[in-house]
Design a protein around this ligand. Structure first.
Ligand code: PRP
Length: 216
């Protein structure tokens, strides 16, 4: 194996789960677990270096080929990305996109154009386009649950994991939009240029995922 592969990991929860997976595959992740302020970390016992990045940036780095591989949530893929191979569902980071409204409100019971707030305007647009329904989409950067409470929107499309955030803010999910989990993505050129190395890495991931499925 010649050159190190470079993988972009989504910082935060997915980073911890990715490290767990890599360790189970036999990779020494001590540099990633004790990163300090460094953003690139070499795995000492496998030809791989890891870059820690925000989710949309993982996609940007992989699409541009400065990272061969990436681990990112399907939510970010649905919102931001297309030009790469999505090779594995890693089975962690499970949650869903849902349409949610204020408890007791009838989202579909009016002919007025509905306003929907979301951090994910593309996912929201695609969902309502599929229904042939015209909605006004309002882009929100964080705590989108506020939008219906403040009467800025009739509903929200957002990530639901445990459902606690919705519940504590008097909102209820009324429809699932898409299922979400972490995915392994690969740059299209890297897949050809570093075929053997990438296949080795994917094979190790698959073996560990198969083991987990057997144990479940
Ligand atoms: C997500 C999402 C909800 C919350 C749902 O936000 O936007 O606010 O998690 O989780 P729950 O169903 O378990 O309550 P996140 O914590 O990722 O922060 P963000 O607003 O920075 O995206």
């Amino acid at each position: 194996m010649s050159q190190d592969l470079r993988i972009a990991l989504t910082k935060g929860r997915l980073q911890d789960k990715s490290v767990e997976l890599f360790e189970a595959m036999g990779l020494d992740c001590s540099p990633i677990k004790d990163p300090g302020r460094r953003l690139i970390h070499k795995v000492p016992n496998y030809p791989l270096e890891a870059v820690l990045a925000k989710a949309p940036d993982v996609i940007t780095y992989v699409e541009h080929g400065v990272c061969d591989l990436g681990i990112v949530g399907k939510d970010t893929i649905l919102e931001h990305g297309k030009s790469f191979y999505e090779v594995l569902d890693l089975g962690f980071g499970k949650c869903r996109f849902a349409l949610a409204v204020k408890k007791g409100s009838d989202f579909y019971g009016t002919y007025k154009t509905r306003r929907v707030a979301s951090k994910y305007p593309n996912v929201t647009r695609a969902f309502f386009e599929k229904k042939g329904m015209d909605v006004d989409i309002i882009k929100i950067e964080g705590s989108v649950e506020l939008a219906p409470i403040l009467d800025l929107a009739d509903g929200i499309v957002d990530i639901v994991e445990t459902g606690v955030t919705l519940r504590e803010n008097g909102l209820v999910p009324i429809e699932d939009v898409a299922q979400v989990s972490a995915r392994l993505i690969v740059n299209t050129a890297s897949m050809k240029l570093h075929k053997a190395q990438i296949e080795d890495f994917i094979g190790r991931c698959e073996a560990e995922l198969a083991k987990r499925r057997e144990q479940a």
